[in-house]
Ligand binder design. Sequence first.
Ligand code: SF4
Length: 338
Amino acid sequence: MEQKESKRILTGDRPTGKLHIGHYFGSLQSRIKLQDEYEAFIEVADVQALTDNFNNPEKVKSNVNEILMDQLSVGIDPSKVTFFLQSMIPEIAELTVFYSNLVTIARLQRNPTVKTEIAQKRDVFGESVTYGFLGYPVSQAADITAFNANIIPVGEDQLPLIEQCREIVRKFNSIYGETLKEPEAYLSSNKRIKGLDGNEKMGKSLGNAIYLADSEEVIAQKVMNAVTDPARIKKDDPGNPNICMVAYYHNLFSGGEVKNICEECKKGKRGCVSCKKQLIKNINNHLEPIRDKRRYYEERPELVKEILMEGTNVARKEAARTMEKVKFAMKLDYFKGE
Ligand code: SF4
């Protein structure tokens, strides 16, 4: 067995919905690779999910197992990674309180990732964002440092969150003494997958996603409704695959067939219906082993619970060690040895 690097990765997902193929190509594939190279901690970020779903705790709770099963079904191996539940690690909340003294409101408001997200969540927050949501980069810094993670896989749009964490670490160390590790961003390929409707983003609320757990029938229905070249009326009209979402998904799932598909489309030698049927077949072939594995876990809820509990116990011990160092540095180590 190959030796893993001693560096530690921290990554995770908010349990607000099942994972879709945007997550699969964007982050899960990279996790599958990284689990063999580094020590990995994967967080089910239920506390963070509550920052903009505080009024819907049932949604968060019901998705904890779903996103865990999605990850297990694509091949993330619990014997290689530590899965843990954020709300079961109180040290993260405690660190968040300590770190909140080290960051100003103005700095959080200037964080480009936070700014963009607040603008996208006007329906949740209206004109005034909550203290919890504005401060989620602080809680994220607590997630990262609680486990001494030094590598954080992110997309380019999340780089400001890592920078904010690094600032908090530097400030902490400069005031209280060298205690915390400064993390580095690991820019994963993190390609963003467009929705079936052509929207730049695939998402549950947009109704344009293909979920890893979707049945064959559901995938067939969704692909049949995907946006194609609107100028194409008759089967022998020359098409433009560059503006067709079916061609876009063929690029992800149809390997060597893509060149031929695009050429036939451009020459008007390919009907959109048969083109969609071919895509449905290829997506289903790709997702079949994932669905089979998911079924295995769906039939064993106790095993899923055990994986999360065991990982959480490991993570809790790690966070407790960090907390001890942090409290010592902050002169909060009362009653020690008494
Ligand atoms: Fe899209 Fe295929 Fe129709 Fe061309 S033939 S427009 S690639 S669905």
